[in-house]
Write a protein that binds this ligand. Sequence first.
Ligand SMILES: [Mg+2]
Length: 193
Amino acid sequence: MRILFDLDGCFANFVDGFAEVIAKVGGSIPPQSDSYPDVFAYDKRDLPPDIRTAAWMEVGRSHNFWMHLKPYDDKLMAKLSAVQHIHDFYFGTNRPGPTTKFQTEVWLMNWFSNPTVLISGDKASLAKALSIDVATEDQVSNANGIAEAMDGKGIVLLLDRPWNRGEKEENRVARVKSLDKALGHILWPDGEV
Ligand SMILES: [Mg+2]
């Protein structure tokens, strides 16, 4: 199977990592950062624009910010790692910065042998061009776009997160509480790997 994984919000904890950067540039770590409306959309909350800009500049300058994010679920990463030779895994992300692709590859190499990282904001085109069977997302707009591009031919899993509950996914998108369970049904249906 060909699977397009989204990283931030699904597998990588960008929110907590970015909160640390915000503190570093003189802002305050947002309380309950998990409830932010969207992992990248800090402008939708009360973060002053100059702090937000400084934080993103800091991320852009850093050669290791993306390498040091925490995974949400280490066990799930291990399970995916165990089936990486059976399926085609693609990791699609719109992370900005000059060394982002390399940093993301290094991060993924904690679990995967030769991770394929695709940097693009156009997930729908990626999914279509790669004839993806399964995609994971935490952003409703991306999930809807992918479902549209795949035209009902694949499975789009939208991971239920506090920041995506205010938006409605389209019918072809499956909102799931757990990626472990949802991916497990598809990738290791006979039980634990
Ligand atoms: Mg995401």
